[in-house]
Design a protein around this ligand. Structure first.
Ligand SMILES: Cc1ncc(COP(=O)(O)O)c(C=O)c1O
Length: 469
C-alpha cells in the first residue's frame, strides 16, 4: 500500500487529487455544504426534476409497491412491468421502434458498444467522447480509431483506414465537458458512404435540446440514419439509469448480447418510476426546456457582461472559428446548451478558483485531467431550469471575481456577500417567504425573456450584417 500512498501524494502535488463534497441537503438548485447554503452550478439535473414532488412521489410509491430493488437481472426474475412501460414510453419519445433499459449511462456505453463491434471490426470514436464510451471501446476487442474532435476530415480518414471492415462510429451528441455539438449531419453522411453504423450518446442532449427535449438526433431529423441512441435517466430526467433506442431487432440483440444488461441487476423500481414520472412531466411541460434555454442564454450573457468569456480553447489545438465571443474547435456551440466551460488551464488554479467560488456561495466543480485534456482544467458550469434569473446574475458576479483573474497566482479576496443561509427544504418555508419567492421568480422570468430577446436581436443583427458583407 506504500505505492498507493505515494501515488496519492503524487496526485496531490499535480493538483489532480479528488475528494467528494458532502451534500447535507438539496432543493431547487441549491445545496447545503458544510453548514452553508450554496447555489449549485455543477449538477446535470438540467430541468430541476430530481426533487420535483411528482418525481419524488413516484419513486416513493414504486418502493412501496415493488420494493427497493429488482432482485436480479432482467433475464432472470427482475423484468418488471414498470421497466417495459418505461421502455415503451422512452421509445415513443425518442421516435424509435424500441428501447432497452440499462443500469446507468456508464453501463449502457460499456455494454452496447461491445455488442455492436468486436474483433475484426473498427470503431471510430471522437477524441472528446465520454469515458464510458472509451471504456466500451476498450472492452469491445475492435480496433479503435480516435478521430480529431468533431473533425469530419479526420473521421473520413479513419473510415478509409477501416478498409471495408465492419465499422461503428461513436459520438456524444452534446459533449459533456465543452457543451459543443457533434456534426451529426456530416457524420451520418460519411457513415452512409462507407456502410458504417452510428451510435450517438444523447446523455446531455435528452431533455436539453430538440423538439420537446427529444435530443439532437430528433432536432436534425436523423432518427432513421442513426442506428442506436443512448440516453440517461440520470441527468435531465432527474433519476438514475439509462436506455438505448434503436430498431426492435437491435434492441433484441442488445438484450441477448450486452453483458452489462445480462449480468447486472435490473434498474431499481424507484429509479424506473422516477424516470417515468420525469419523462411524463417533460412531455406535459415542454416549456421546461424553453426555461432551461433561457437560463443557459442568460448565464452566458451575464458572464460576458461581467467580462468572463466562456472558453472552448483547447491548448495546442487550432482554433477553427469564432462564434459569439467563444473560440470553437470544429464543433458547433449553441447558446441554448446549459454547459458552460470556464477554462483555467492549470489544475491547481482550477481547484483554487472552485474553492473561492464556493466560499462566495457558488458551487462549480473543478474539472481536471483525465476528464479533460491536460492543460485545459476548468470550471464546468451547468445551469438548470430550476435556477432563477436573480440567482444566475448573482452567480455571474461572484464568478467574475472568484474565477476571472489572470493566471498570475493572485486571487483577490472575495468581498461579494455570500448567498449563504441555513438550508431550508421547500416544505419548511413559510407562506410569506414562498409568496415573496414566487413573486421574485415571476419578475425574474420576465427579465430572462427580455434579456434573451435583447441578445437574440443582437445575434440577428450580426447575422444580417454578416450576410450583407
Ligand atoms: C456523455 C455521457 N455519457 C454517459 C454518461 C454516464 O451516464 P450515467 O451517469 O448515467 O452513468 C455520462 C455521465 O456524465 C456522460 O456525460
Amino acid at each position: 500500500m506504500d505505492d498507493v500512498g505515494a501515488a496519492l501524494a503524487q496526485l496531490q502535488r499535480e493538483g489532480l487529487y479528488r475528494r467528494p463534497r458532502t451534500i447535507a441537503g438539496f432543493a431547487n438548485g441549491r445545496a447545503e455544504i458544510e453548514g452553508h447554503e450554496v447555489l449549485v452550478l455543477c449538477s446535470n439535473d438540467y430541468l430541476g426534476l430530481r426533487d420535483h414532488p411528482a418525481v419524488r412521489e413516484a419513486a416513493a410509491e414504486a418502493a412501496i409497491r415493488w420494493g427497493a430493488g429488482s432482485g436480479s437481472s432482467r433475464l432472470v426474475s427482475g423484468n418488471l412491468e414498470l421497466h417495459e412501460q418505461l421502455e415503451r414510453e422512452l421509445a415513443e419519445f425518442k421516435g424509435s421502434e424500441a428501447a432497452v433499459l440499462f443500469g446507468s449511462g456508464y453501463l449502457a456505453n460499456s455494454g452496447v458498444i461491445p455488442a455492436l463491434a468486436g474483433a475484426g471490426g473498427v470503431i471510430l470514436s471522437d477524441a472528446h467522447n465520454h469515458a464510458s464510451i472509451i471504456d466500451g471501446c476498450h472492452r469491445s476487442g475492435a480496433q479503435t480509431i480516435v478521430y480529431e474532435h468533431a473533425d469530419l476530415e479526420s473521421l473520413a480518414d479513419g473510415l478509409r483506414r477501416a478498409d471495408g471492415r465492419p465499422a461503428l462510429i461513436v459520438t456524444d451528441a452534446v459533449f459533456s465537458m465543452d457543451g459543443d455539438l457533434a456534426p451529426l449531419v456530416g457524420i451520418v453522411a460519411h457513415a452512409a458512404r462507407h456502410g458504417a453504423r452510428v451510435l450517438v450518446d444523447e446523455a446531455h442532449a435528452t431533455g436539453v435540446i430538440g423538439p420537446g427535449g427529444r435530443g439532437l438526433v430528433a432536432a436534425l431529423g436523423l432518427e432513421r440514419q442513426v442506428d442506436v441512441t443512448i440516453g440517461t435517466l440520470s441527468k435531465a430526467l432527474g433519476s438514475y439509469g439509462a436506455f438505448a433506442c434503436g430498431s426492435r431487432q437491435t434492441c433484441d440483440w442488445l438484450v441477448n448480447r450486452a453483458r452489462t444488461l445480462i449480468f447486472s441487476t435490473a434498474l431499481p423500481p424507484p429509479s424506473a418510476a422516477a424516470g417515468l414520472a420525469a419523462l411524463r412531466l417533460l412531455r406535459e411541460q415542454p416549456q421546461l426546456v424553453d426555461r432551461l434555454h433561457a437560463n443557459a442564454r442568460l448565464i452566458r450573457a451575464e458572464l460576458d457582461a461581467a467580462g468572463l468569456t466562456p472558453g472552448h480553447v483547447q491548448l495546442g489545438a487550432p482554433v477553427a472559428a469564432r462564434e459569439g465571443g467563444m473560440a470553437v474547435v470544429g464543433a458547433r456551440v449553441d447558446a441554448r446548451i446549459p454547459i458552460v466551460p470556464l477554462i483555467v488551464g492549470d489544475p491547481h488554479e482550477a481547484v483554487r478558483r472552485c474553492e473561492a467560488a464556493l466560499a462566495a456561495g457558488v458551487f462549480v466543480q473543478a474539472i481536471r485531467p483525465p476528464a479533460v485534456p491536460a492543460g485545459s482544467s476548468r470550471l464546468r458550469l451547468t445551469v438548470s431550469a430550476a435556477h432563477t434569473a436573480a440567482e444566475l446574475r448573482q452567480a455571474a458576479r461572484v464568478l467574475a471575481v472568484s474565477v476571472g483573474v489572470a493566471g498570475d497566482g493572485a486571487l483577490p479576496d472575495v468581498h461579494l456577500a455570500p448567498a449563504v443561509r441555513p438550508h431550508r427544504h421547500p416544505e419548511q418555508r413559510d407562506d410569506e417567504a414562498d409568496a415573496a419567492d414566487d413573486h421574485q421568480d415571476h419578475a425574474d422570468r420576465v427579465d430572462v425573456d427580455a434579456a434573451c430577446r435583447g441578445r437574440d436581436r443582437k445575434l440577428q443583427d450580426r447575422a444580417d450584417r454578416d450576410q450583407e458583407q
